[in-house]
Design a protein around this ligand. Structure first.
Ligand code: AQP
Length: 330
């Protein structure tokens, strides 16, 4: 069976972008792949974060994973920091990735642009190195991600080619990014040319938002000139984004969503339909999330996940150590 691996970093409150681009799709993978889904908590340290907030975000993500239908019997759910092999493989492979290629990563450029040079941590720069380790430790065939992460998976692919060629064996599997057909990049509601993002929230819908707030946010989302509901991201970024949200949450194509609204010539009516759809999905989802938090099963899920993930990761790490010449004693 092929393997799928993905994760979310606990840098803030999860957004509808995280749900549509990642979370919502994970449970489908667990039916067809051996799935490893983790919480990228080491990655969350790449930008300053309050320790209590980080812990709470982490617990939230586990509860959201379970609420979205991930079954710990089928999917290995674990914390990155519970499996030291991530940090160890990171230490090895950082020597095979180059400063030039890391400095071309769009996410690094975006995040560091707003910062003073002296405040940019090495971890932010080296983020894709750790992500490469995350992916390769589990021999992942596919990596389900939103569009913003595909460049990092490309880098992991470059690394695999480089390393396997250098040592003359297919030690690492070549991973492939898979993005959702609809909703790989959900935009901010207030600035629809900018990605909806949890660590720099602006025009975000949070998965924990009250339904009244969600209604208000969508009804006041920025729209565009005209009154037709058509998909045209360049000229109608606001409407296109709302249409994408509607289509993704309805599991239909953008074309099908356009067809539904072809006779709707009032943005207000369209926004109401989008709001109803978001609430239809998020209301029961929030209910499940709360039940899971109250059930107290989080720690047990993480303990079991850490054990299973470590077993798989350590096997691969040992092979890597031997390959590069580190002495592995019996
Ligand atoms: N706006 C988005 N639309 C679609 N997918 C998205 N993802 C994130 N934002 C959107 C996908 O969610 C998964 C988890 O993301 P992450 O935690 O690894 O960090 P990220 O990609 O950098 O997402 P954020 O929300 O923007 O986090 P911060 O602000 O901390 O950097 C990924 O699969 C991502 O593609």
């Amino acid at each position: 069976m092929e393997r799928a691996l993905s994760g979310i970093k606990p840098t803030g409150k999860l957004t509808l972008g995280n749900y549509i681009g990642a979370l919502k799709n994970f449970k489908d993978y667990q039916e067809n792949y051996e799935t490893f889904i983790f919480i990228a908590d080491l990655h969350a340290l790449t930008l300053p974060i309050d320790p209590i907030e980080l812990r709470n975000n982490t617990k939230d993500i586990v509860a959201f994973y379970l609420a979205s239908g991930l079954d710990p019997e089928k999917t290995t759910i674990f914390l990155q920091s519970d499996v030291p092999a991530h940090a160890e493989l990171n230490a090895i492979i950082q020597n095979y990735l180059y400063m030039g290629e890391l400095s071309r990563m769009t996410q690094f450029k975006d995040k560091s642009r707003k910062m003073n040079d002296s405040a940019i941590g090495l971890g932010l720069f080296a983020y894709p190195v750790l992500m490469t380790a995350d992916i390769l430790l589990y021999n992942a065939d596919v990596v389900p991600v939103g569009e913003d992460q595909t460049q990092h998976v490309e880098l992991a692919r470059d690394f695999v080619h480089r390393f396997n060629t250098r040592y003359g064996k297919e030690l690492f599997k070549m991973p492939k990014a898979i993005t959702p057909k609809v909703g790989a990049r959900i935009m901010s509601l207030s600035e629809p040319t900018r990605k909806m993002s949890k660590s720099d929230p602006k025009g975000d819908i949070f998965l924990k938002d009250d339904m009244i707030i969600i209604r208000k946010k969508i009804m006041s989302a920025v729209t565009d000139l005209g009154s037709d509901v058509i998909y045209d991201p360049e000229n109608k970024p606001g409407i296109s984004n709302l249409l994408t949200i509607y289509a993704a949450l309805s599991d239909i194509t953008i074309k099908e969503a356009e067809e539904i609204f072809k006779d709707c010539h009032r943005y207000g009516d369209f926004k109401k339909a989008v709001t109803d759809k978001v609430i239809e999905v998020l209301e029961p989802f929030q209910k499940k999330y709360k039940e899971i938090l109250e059930s107290g099963i989080i720690d047990k899920v993480l303990e079991d996940g850490a054990r299973k993930a470590s077993y798989t990761a350590n096997k691969l790490l040992t092979k890597v150590k031997k390959t590069v010449g580190l002495y592995v004693h019996k």
